[in-house]
Ligand binder design. Structure first.
Ligand code: DOR
Ligand code: ZN
Length: 346
């Protein structure tokens, strides 16, 4: 039986760090294990220009624990006013690694997102030319589309038409939650990849809604039926380099989650790696964990692999704090609902 596992240091290809007090409190939870992360730009106001991204990167570097060599990989929030020049310049100097497409209204702070996709064609063409990936939040927002169908509808109505019009555009379909997403990404050739979160490998919609409502499991895209979770598990543990980790760790204070209209997001930074080791072991795929967390992401983003390693050890159940304290109030850590035996020791 394997009880010790050393793998190349992982990266997180989708992370919310927020700003101010929250940034200070949550950043060490990521830097402890991860070497790099794609940083989501949905601040208030959003990170839309190269100058915004440079400032935000500086704030992250300030907030970082002093002994950490963590590297934030910045992104810009794509709006209908995004300027081609600005994107090109920011990519050339290596400041940004992707643009993020939020359909307007899809999720937290997405009001500035894209309403008319025609208005961003020039930016997308430029990105295709220079090989800059587009990260997409793949949900339509039309009120008449059922929330559980929004990913499938997005693929058909938005993503596929964009990819047909601009076939060279490199796309990361982020936090996929359905078999439809898995199948679309798997069959999409080498210009598309899919990220999968920790929580969508563990919970389905019953965990959120059956026997009482559990706001800490509410995130977007919302978890779907069990058959979809199984498809995500199969994709993540398959060793197919098209799928890699993007935790979408998305901290909100308990006060913001526990509301009549609570925020979407699961905070998995503290225990994400432990949970993943458990999931991969359960599925007989521990030998594929390294590819999923440390190799396939950099390959798609055309970045070098990390040099360092992390070691996980299996032993008696590991306890993670139920919450972490922040200057803005407590933030609840994602509860996987099962004992975790793998801990990061080094
Ligand atoms: O659950 C989510 N939380 N999904 C998102 O797309 C955004 C994120 C956030 O920023 O809180
Ligand atoms: Zn996100």
């Amino acid at each position: 039986m394997t009880d010790r596992l050393t793998i190349r240091r992982p990266d997180d290809w989708h992370l919310h760090l927020r700003d101010g007090e929250m940034l200070k409190a949550v950043l060490p939870e990521t830097t402890r294990h991860f070497a790099r992360a794609i940083i989501m730009p949905n601040l208030v106001p959003p990170v839309v220009t190269a100058a915004d991204a440079a400032d935000y990167r500086d704030r992250i570097m300030w907030a970082k624990p002093k002994n950490s060599d963590f590297k934030p990989l910045m992104t810009l929030y794509l709006t209908e006013d995004t300027e081609v020049r600005d994107v090109r310049a920011a990519a050339e100097i290596g400041l940004i690694h992707a643009l993020k497409l939020y359909p307007a209204g899809a999720t937290t702070n997405s009001q500035s997102g894209v309403r008319d996709f025609k208005k961003v064609t020039r930016v997308l063409e430029t990105m295709a030319q220079i090989g800059l990936p587009l990260c997409v939040h793949g949900e339509v927002t039309n009120p008449e589309v059922d929330i559980f169908d929004r990913e499938a509808a997005f693929i058909e109505r938005v993503l596929d038409p964009i990819r047909r019009e601009i076939p060279e555009l490199r796309v990361v379909m982020e936090h996929i939650t359905t078999k439809d997403g898995v199948d679309y990404v798997a069959g999409g050739g080498d210009t598309i990849a899919g990220t999968i979160t920790v929580h969508h490998l563990v919970i389905n919609r019953n965990h959120i809604l059956a026997g009482g409502i559990r706001p800490h499991y509410y995130c977007l895209p919302v978890a779907k039926r069990e058959e979809h979770r199984i498809a995500l598990r199969a994709a993540a543990t398959s060793g197919d380099p098209t799928f890699f980790l993007g935790t979408d760790s998305a901290p909100h204070t308990d006060a913001a989650k526990l509301q009549p209209c609570g925020c979407a997001g699961c905070f998995t930074a503290p225990n994400g790696l432990s949970i993943l080791a458990q999931v991969f072991e359960e599925d007989g795929a521990l030998d594929r964990l390294e590819g999923f967390v440390s190799e396939y992401g950099p390959r798609f983003y055309r970045l070098p692999l990390n040099d360092g390693t992390v070691t996980l050890e299996k032993g008696p159940p590991v306890e993670y704090p139920a919450q972490i304290e922040t200057g803005d109030g407590p933030v609840t850590v994602f509860d996987p609902g099962m004992p975790l035996y793998w801990r990061v020791v080094d």
